[in-house]
Design a binder for this molecule. Structure first.
Ligand SMILES: [Zn+2]
Ligand SMILES: [Zn+2]
Ligand SMILES: [Zn+2]
Length: 110
């Protein structure tokens, strides 16, 4: 499994900020190329601000399932509510934070 940085509290990428049963993913940040459990972990450890993935980079592998270690592309992750390999459910509440990690389509020109 790739190394997960930040304030993890177990082997399934839960961290001191988000540690419910469903908090099992880590996200690779475009700005530093490291997996962190959440943006707060990132900001604790990094001096720079988060740069979100751009919409044309959604085929990058940037979401790690902490249960089985499968990496998901951003589009795979956005189109599922569970791991494509082990079927562990992902925390739906994470969607509230997607704009921090992934650039949304809103600004795309017609
Ligand atoms: Zn970074
Ligand atoms: Zn965290
Ligand atoms: Zn999995």
């Amino acid at each position: 499994m790739p190394e997960v940085y930040g304030n993890t509290i177990d082997e399934q990428t839960r961290c001191i900020h988000y540690h419910s049963a469903e908090d099992i993913i880590a996200i690779k940040f475009k700005c530093c190329g490291k997996y962190y459990p959440c943006y707060r972990c990132h900001d604790d450890k990094e001096a720079h601000t988060v740069i979100p993935w751009e919409t044309n980079q959604y085929d990058e592998y940037a979401i790690l399932c902490g249960v089985c270690g499968r990496e998901h592309t951003i589009s795979e992750y956005k189109n599922t509510d569970r791991c494509l390999q082990c079927s562990s459910e992902f925390n739906a509440g994470c969607k509230l934070h997607h704009h921090i990690y992934f650039e949304e389509n809103n600004n795309r020109k017609p």
